[in-house]
Design a protein. Structure first.
Length: 234
């Protein structure tokens, strides 16, 4: 059985028993212990069993928990090597806070329940500063490009997110263009003190980082929706 193809929670629990048995029989590492991809999709989960977190979290780089009932993602603090996280179709809202994941490059949160861009997006930036791929399609916060009535709202949403993540190369269903990056930097300029605060946040313990996020709002600015309409030229 290929461990990378295992999606059943029951199979994973059986795997854990096998791993424990092998550890008792031999000191040699087994291929099944070297797990980089973990799929728990379609399991109706609200939390990951503690035994799986303890045994598998240190090795997992790609985690798929899509189509479940997750609202809180605190358990991700143990997935220190995580580079890709797929959370589509969960109960994630604007109040959901991700722990600090400096290695995370891909994050899919499609068809969740995120309604407010501010200050959720800033918290996301502080939690996942190195994102390269981000997708929020199907959330109330993500306006549809094809709806002409929302075109300026869409541009505001897109450019603001681009301004927050300097390494972002793909947002939703489109590549981030060089022209968009330049426009985002011009439109959403961040004061020097705000940059210092954000850099410091990355080195703080989690309980202090949450507090400092509130302070960063004192030193950063964002244009209003009306200013976006005036500044952006289609």
């Amino acid at each position: 059985m290929n461990i990378l193809d295992m999606t059943s929670l029951r199979n994973l629990m059986l795997l854990e028993r096998n791993v424990q048995s092998k550890r008792l029989d031999s000191d040699e590492p087994d291929d099944d212990m070297i797990l980089h991809r973990l799929s728990l999709a379609y399991e109706k989960l609200k939390a990951i069993p503690k035994i799986l977190v303890e045994e598998l979290a240190p090795f997992v780089k790609i985690l798929d928990i899509s189509n479940n009932e997750f609202e809180k993602l605190d358990f991700l603090k143990d997935f220190r090597e995580l580079t890709s996280l797929i959370c589509d179709r969960n109960d994630i809202t604007s109040n959901t806070i991700l722990p600090y994941l400096p290695n995370l490059e891909l994050l899919w949160l499609n068809h969740c329940k995120i309604e407010l861009l501010y200050p959720w997006a800033k918290r996301l930036r502080n939690s996942c500063p190195n994102l390269k791929f981000l997708s929020l399609m199907g959330n109330p916060v993500s306006p549809a490009f094809w709806n002409c009535e929302n075109i300026y709202e869409y541009l505001h949403y897109r450019l603001y997110l681009i301004s927050l993540f300097p390494k972002l190369i793909h947002l939703d269903d489109k590549l981030v263009l060089k022209e968009e990056r330049l426009e985002a930097e011009k439109m959403f300029q961040t004061h020097l003190m705000g940059k210092i605060v954000r850099k410091t946040q990355q080195n703080l313990p989690s309980y202090l980082r949450n507090m400092s996020e509130r302070l960063s709002d004192l030193f950063t600015s964002k244009p209003s929706f009306a200013e976006t309409q005036r500044n952006f030229v289609i």
